[in-house]
Design a protein around this ligand. Structure first.
Ligand code: SF4
Ligand code: SF4
Length: 322
């Protein structure tokens, strides 16, 4: 079993419409998972012993605070870890920050991640992030900051510097933006791309994503959204079925088995035009698996690989029987 966590993007609606949002979230979007659907996902996850945590996100999940709090309580009832990712719009002053953080903590939330960068601060002023940094210490809620970096304009380091001493003892992850979704419209110089190397690997960390429209993706990277790597929907398939397919015989399983070096050879043989450089393996993954032509070209190779794996496993089983 490779999956340990289920991410649930409760909604594609957001208080912001960041220029680099891979999901193209905005205040006008309308998709929200119902309470029944979210509880069903949590209960399915509860029945899969290897799943130990559930992460809530969006869009902006805290546009629906009742749904978030109920979901956190249900995750804790199911004896799993509960985390939340938010842009922090709700922390307009220290009292508002304290009220929300206390409610989340009382519901059982184990950790909070807040996104902040050049694009987010156009919608969520840095003072709100400062309130959250200060109040998380007071209510003893573990906090991490996810800081996107751009090569143009306000960089991650500038944000960290501006937060000054408020950021002390806070876990910070700096990640590159992708030219994906709304980010496609940004100038190329905003992205830190590097030439492809044969040893690039999928940095999958054992998390599955259920998006607000019910689509289930085999990882929580923003780059997976709307690619052909999804194998189904929470409305038509069970989590268990989808996890099994992701582990064995779908495009995602093939990508993990074959590696990007081989996939690039196939893409080139298929005559696919590719950029010279990519922000990360996830960016390359998005370019390849968003292309229906590439997916068509790669499937026979993956089926051959899978047949070889099955043959090897059957051979091994026969050896054991002897
Ligand atoms: S990047 Fe985050 S805060 Fe910005 S629009 Fe997308 S979901 Fe909302
Ligand atoms: S390489 Fe693809 S499958 Fe792997 S984590 Fe990145 S987006 Fe997901």
């Amino acid at each position: 079993m490779i999956f340990r966590k289920v991410g649930i993007a409760l909604t594609d609606r957001c208080t912001a419409s960041c220029a680099m949002c891979c999901f193209r979230c905005s205040p006008g979007n309308k998709q929200v998972l119902s309470r029944d659907t979210v509880f069903d996902i949590i209960r399915q996850a509860e029945d899969i012993p290897e799943i130990t945590s559930v992460g809530l996100s969006g869009g902006e999940a805290m546009l629906y605070p009742g749904l978030v709090l109920d979901s956190v309580r249900e995750i804790k009832r199911a004896n799993m870890r509960a985390s939340l990712t938010s842009n922090g719009f709700w922390a307009s002053d220290e009292k508002a920050a304290a009220d929300t953080l206390c409610a989340l903590k009382d519901a059982g939330l184990d950790s909070l991640s807040v996104s902040v960068d050049a694009y987010h601060i156009e919608y969520v002023p840095l003072d709100r992030i400062r309130h959250i940094l200060r109040l998380c210490r007071t209510v003893n809620l573990p906090l991490s900051l996810a800081v996107g970096d751009t090569l143009k304009g306000t960089r991650a380091a500038d944000i960290i510097k501006a937060l000054d001493r408020d950021i002390y003892n806070t876990q910070v992850t700096v990640y590159p933006f992708y030219p994906i979704g709304a980010g496609q419209d940004l100038a190329n110089e905003a992205f830190a791309a590097t030439p492809f190397s044969d040893d690039w690997k999928c940095p999958f960390q054992g998390d599955l994503l259920v998006f607000a429209d019910g689509t289930v993706y085999p990882c929580c990277s923003q780059a997976v959204y709307q690619s052909h790597l999804s194998n189904g929907s929470i409305y038509t398939d069970s989590l268990r079925e989808l996890m099994d397919s992701y582990e064995r015989y779908c495009l995602f399983a093939g990508l993990r088995r074959m590696g990007f070096g081989r996939l690039m050879q196939i893409a080139k043989q298929a005559g696919m035009e590719l950029p010279d450089a990519f922000v990360s393996p996830c960016h390359l993954c998005n370019v390849l698996f968003s292309s229906a032509d590439f997916c068509r070209a790669v499937r026979p190779h993956m089926e051959k690989e899978y047949a070889a794996v099955v043959r090897a496993a059957l051979g091994l089983a026969a050896e054991r029987v002897k």
